[in-house]
Ligand binder design. Structure first.
Ligand code: ZN
Ligand code: ZN
Length: 200
């Protein structure tokens, strides 16, 4: 596999952070996950099929693994008891800090995920998806699933705003913040260094 500079690089970086489905790494993820999304669902498991309950989430700051944090997590997820376990349906929103590919400044990227997943109970010895099980202890951790889904929502070209003006290729100033005197032309930033040398 070759790594290409430019648009694809960020995506490759982020996908490398997501659990490889061929190995069982749920243990690793669980150990590094904030417990705020770990829910006691024992009362749902002992209820009859069809029983449901909604959980509301309001977390100002949430760590999902060593390398990913969410701010202002909000949302509601409804869990319904089925024959196979608990069916989760809802939406979670939050924001994460990213670097704009155009102006290189840090900004808050809003992220939204939809959940419609079955968490299996009792947990089988070799679950098809280790993120989608309710533990023997009656706890369900939404964290690893939320992390994976949120990472997939991160845009390939992270932009602070749709009309970001980027950096001036000549002097490097942020064009969103100040208007320098250099003409707005499409010049390869690698060549701009050469041009600056020629001008001086
Ligand atoms: Zn920008
Ligand atoms: Zn300039």
């Amino acid at each position: 596999m070759s790594f290409r500079a430019g648009d694809g690089a960020g995506k490759i970086l982020f996908s490398a952070l997501v659990c490889d489905p061929r190995v069982n790494c749920s243990e690793v993820i669980l150990n590094t996950t904030d417990r705020a999304l770990r829910l006691n669902v024992g009362f749902l498991l002992s209820a009859g099929v069809g029983f449901s309950r909604a959980f509301d989430f309001h977390e100002p700051y949430l760590r999902l693994g060593d390398d990913f944090t969410l701010e202002d997590l909000q949302g509601k997820v409804r869990f319904t008891r089925t024959h196979q376990g608990l069916y989760a349906e809802g939406e979670l929103t939050g924001q994460t800090l990213l670097e704009c590919v155009s102006c290189l400044s840090e900004y808050s990227q809003p992220l939204t995920i939809q959940l419609s997943d079955l968490f299996v109970y009792p947990p089988p010895p070799n679950p098809p998806d280790p993120l989608l099980v309710v533990g023997e202890d009656g706890f369900l951790d939404l964290g690893p699933l939320a992390r994976e889904a949120m990472l997939l929502e991160i845009p390939i070209r992270a932009m602070c705003r749709p009309d970001c003006k980027g950096l001036c290729p000549v002097c490097g100033s942020n064009r969103n913040e100040e208007a320098c005197q250099h003409p707005d032309e499409d010049i390869d930033p690698r060549l701009s260094v050469l041009r600056t040398l020629l001008e001086n």
